[in-house]
Design a protein around this ligand. Structure first.
Ligand code: ATP
Length: 443
């Protein structure tokens, strides 16, 4: 099962560990290891670069996780931020209604059967997802509110003109009741959110613009287009603040039981399993009006209470989709090769320097020198803890785009072998030209 393979690779290679593992772990909370943190940062940095640094209409923010309790009254979270959940009377498992039924209950409601054991499910009940601290404060369930309460601070200090956006990446916490699917639904996770403030009459135009922009961003990350889709919410599904909302979904179908692995160049088989990576909502003037009412502060700007278009994505879900999308098993010379075909901009390590013979000090010395020369320019690792075949396999499995091998011949011809991950093509390169060569390849 592919889910198990990804989970095992993540643990074995240091992408993701379950939290507090030596104490038996903590349900639906995860720690990112040395490779996971690099991949995660690469995703966040690319988002920040594309949406804040390379645009003239969006500014950044880093607001606190803890906020005034009134914020959650005003936002509607205390009243409305809940999931409908059902319990199985037989196997006692708990399900979100979305996972067992298409729609919330209507009249003459017949409870659906348990998807695990076919048993009878209870009537749906509301569970609030807010995390309360012992001081009576809440951990934020979304980063968005930090932006709304800073709206006036930011537009006044920077004299911004509508339309403009405020961007934030940060932790969010939800007391999710149903768990599973690895990091997909965690209790602590990271969001990347933009609140884009517009003239009310232009909200529709900007909503369509952002759905399109955000869909294309996931393709830019290297996720296969056939595994992505946009799904518009039905009226019944809309959150209390939204006039319109579309999800960008990834096809996690081959993540589910019994699915087969795709071969190179072939996407996963279609079917169930489309799940949200990001939601783009037209939040109207709901939030600013509410905060105006609860705080008593005037949040008009340029003569209106702006409408808000919100692209809200999850770092952890994007990372998971990238891993699933990039994971391949193939046969090379009768042996199984696992390779993560990650976009090279996202790969945690760019270059691995490997000595062909680890017991030859002259070779080791050159390899370490090359590592030190490349280190200021590219994320480079040296490894001599196994035979060269094993070292290559390790690097393929973590998605390192290039391996540089130093061998006996290098001592004479001052050349090394550069091996490319996807094609496994090897090229002899003069050591003196290596930095330039790698710069060209990793551009
Ligand atoms: P879902 O319906 O799957 O619970 P949501 O609609 O509640 O998601 P939003 O409130 O729109 O999610 O949050 C924006 C983004 O934050 C989501 O698209 C997702 O990527 C991420 N996200 C939300 N909840 C979680 C979670 N429990 N674990 C990981 N990421 C999450």
């Amino acid at each position: 099962m592919i889910m198990e393979k990804i989970v095992s690779l993540c643990k074995r290679r240091g992408f993701i560990f379950s939290s507090s593992q030596i104490y038996g772990g903590l349900s639906s909370i995860w720690d990112y290891g040395p490779l996971g943190v690099e991949l995660k940062r690469n995703i966040k940095n690319l988002w920040w670069k594309d949406l804040v640094h390379q645009r003239s209409d969006i500014e950044g923010l880093d607001a606190a996780v803890l906020m005034h309790p009134k914020v959650w009254e005003a936002s509607g979270h205390l009243k409305n931020f809940s999931d409908l959940l059902m319990d199985c009377r037989e196997c006692k498992k708990r399900f979100r209604i979305e996972d067992v039924a298409a729609q919330p209950p209507i009249t003459n409601y017949q409870p659906p059967k348990c998807p695990e054991c076919g048993g009878e499910l209870t009537k749906p009940r509301q569970f609030n997802l807010m995390f309360k601290t012992s001081r009576g404060l809440f951990l934020r369930p979304e980063t968005a509110q930090g932006i709304f309460v800073n709206f006036r601070n930011i537009c006044q200090t920077l004299h911004l003109k509508l339309p403009f956006g405020i961007a934030q990446i940060g932790k969010a916490f939800r007391n999710e009741i149903t768990t599973g699917n690895f990091t997909f639904r965690s209790r602590e996770f990271e969001q990347m959110e933009i609140e884009y403030f517009v003239q009310p009459a232009e909200a529709q135009k900007w909503y369509e613009y952002w759905v399109n922009e955000r869909f294309n961003w996931y393709i830019k990350l290297g996720i296969k287009k056939e595994n992505l889709r946009v799904r518009e919410h039905s009226k019944e599904e809309l959150a209390h603040y939204a006039r319109q909302c579309s999800d960008i979904e990834y096809n996690f179908s081959f993540f589910t039981k019994g699915a087969r692995l795709p071969s190179v160049g072939q996407g996963p088989t279609s079917g169930r399993g489309w799940k949200e990576l990001e939601g783009i909502a037209n939040r109207q003037d709901f939030d600013l009006i509410q905060h105006q009412r609860f705080s008593g502060e005037d949040l008009n700007y340029e003569g209106v209470v702006p409408y808000i278009i919100e692209p809200s994505g999850g770092v952890d879900r994007t990372l998971l989709a990238l891993l699933v999308d990039a994971y391949y098993e193939e046969e090379v010379k009768g042996r199984k090769r696992v390779v993560l075909r990650l976009n090279k901009d996202l790969a945690p390590i760019k270059i691995a320097v490997l000595p062909l013979l680890r017991n030859r000090p002259e070779i080791v010395k050159i390899a370490k020198r090359i590592r030190d020369e490349l280190l200021p320019h590219f994320i480079t690792k040296y490894d001599d803890t196994a035979s060269i075949g094993k070292l290559y396999r390790r690097q393929d499995e973590i998605g390192t785009p290039y391996c540089i091998t130093v061998d006996v011949q290098s001592l004479d011809d001052k050349k090394v072998t550069a091996r490319e991950r996807d094609t496994m093509r090897q090229e002899r390169i003069a050591m003196s030209k290596l930095r330039e060569y790698m710069g060209e390849k990793l551009k």
